[in-house]
Design a protein around this ligand. Structure first.
Ligand SMILES: *Cc1c(COP(=O)(O)O)cnc(C)c1O
Length: 387
């Protein structure tokens, strides 16, 4: 076999293991009601928790931003690619989450890949939840620090490993809301351990920002944690409905990250028009209590409605409501059966989640209606008996 045939065989193996991923081409803006190949589906897939991604107000702000700032940034931020609107957005974000300063990256993946190696290196130690997002894992690997992977939410194991570490610089890293499970890390306990063992605490609030806390200020604000040890990262691509990410914290920490994060320094600044759309998005998030209340109602409705026998909903109070079905083939069959009925829910399989825990990752947004959720409940309860 030549190298190309090796790739072909490896792709065939993905098919055999039900692990081949496909994309679908959506005809229209992000919404729970999408058209694919002329067919309409109700989708429970997106991280657009407040229903802002397709909101005409943000599209208008983006158009206005493009008129004023053009299409591209032209250079990296530290050369000549940083714009006044981006400075305004960073100040707004910092104030919103209650930190001294914020720095905007072009994506959450880039932020995590940049932040971690800027904070720790060889001979330092990282303490990370096993279910952390892939971008945190890759950022940790890039840093070359010693990695201690902690069983999911096991504070006793974390404490033990921190106590046993002789590393000079320690960094605790955790998702706030776990992206494939929907559960929330005990942020106060994490902060108490960070203080006790003189560690940094990096919280990835990708799924909390905009959703949790007063006015959607995020999981750290909800937990009431703050201080110079806390470094909070949030995405601007999920509840905020646009693109990009920020890191917020003490001004000295953020200045250091601006000087050292390679994924900030060596990449072209994101289009300044995005910052204009994001400024509008933060206003909508702040004023979004009604959207969040509607979302909370839908979450409760789903949890009450899904009869749990063969398949189990994981305990989660967030818009991420995973239904564990077990094996890959069942997850795919259920996904296909739902799709036939016009309901679109992604089947999440290994390596995204541990083997044997394939799941339907139901995600709810403020743009869903109660009737959407009722249709899903009816279909899943029926298929559980017949599939
Ligand atoms: C989505 C996600 C990211 C990456 O953010 P992008 O802006 O999509 O690159 C990082 N961390 C977590 C926990 C995420 O869910």
């Amino acid at each position: 076999m030549n190298r190309l045939e090796h790739l072909r065989a490896a792709l065939d193996k993905l098919d055999d293991e039900h692990l081949r991923r496909i994309r679908r081409d959506i005809e229209g803006p992000c919404s729970p009601h999408v058209v694919i190949d002329g067919q309409t589906y109700t989708a429970f897939c997106s991280n657009d928790y407040l229903g802002l991604a397709g909101d005409p107000q943000l599209a208008e702000a983006l158009i206005e931003g493009a008129r004023q700032w053009g299409a591209g940034a032209g250079a990296s931020h530290l050369i000549s690619g940083h714009y006044a609107i981006q400075h305004t957005l960073e100040k707004r974000l910092a104030a919103f989450v209650g930190c001294e300063r914020a720095l905007v990256f072009s994506s959450g993946f880039m932020a995590n890949m940049g932040i971690i190696p800027a904070l720790v290196g060889r001979n330092d130690a990282i303490f990370a939840d096993r279910l952390n997002h892939a971008s945190l894992i890759d950022g940790m690997l890039l840093s070359r620090a010693d990695i201690h992977r902690i069983p999911h939410l096991d504070m006793t194991a974390l404490e033990r490993q921190l106590a046993a570490s002789a590393a000079k610089t320690k960094l605790i890293v955790s998702d706030s809301v776990f992206s494939m499970d929907g559960d929330v890390a005990p942020l106060r306990e994490l902060m108490a351990l960070a203080e006790r063992f003189d560690a940094w605490l990096l919280i990835d609030d990708a799924h909390g920002f905009g959703v949790l806390g007063p006015q959607g200020r995020g999981a750290p604000a909800e937990a009431g944690i703050n201080g110079w040890r806390l470094i909070q990262m949030g995405t601007l691509s999920k509840a905020a409905g646009v693109s990009g990410a920020f890191v917020a914290g003490h001004a000295t920490v953020i200045e250091w990250l601006m000087q050292k994060a390679r994924t900030y320094i060596f990449t072209t600044g994101s289009p300044p028009a995005l910052a204009q759309a994001l400024a509008a998005s933060i206003d909508l998030i702040e004023a979004g209590n009604e959207r969040r209340a509607h979302l909370a109602m839908l979450i409760e409705r789903l949890k009450k409605g899904l009869v749990q026998a063969r398949w189990k909903l994981l305990p989660s109070r967030t818009p991420i409501q995973p239904l564990i079905v077990g094996d890959n083939a069942t997850a795919l069959a259920l996904g296909a059966a739902l799709m036939k009925e016009g309901l679109w829910i992604p089947a999440i399989r290994p390596p995204t989640v541990p083997a044997g825990s394939a799941r339907m990752r139901i995600s709810l947004t403020a743009a869903h209606t109660a009737a959407d959720v009722d249709r899903l409940i009816e279909a899943v309860n029926r298929l559980e008996k017949t599939l």
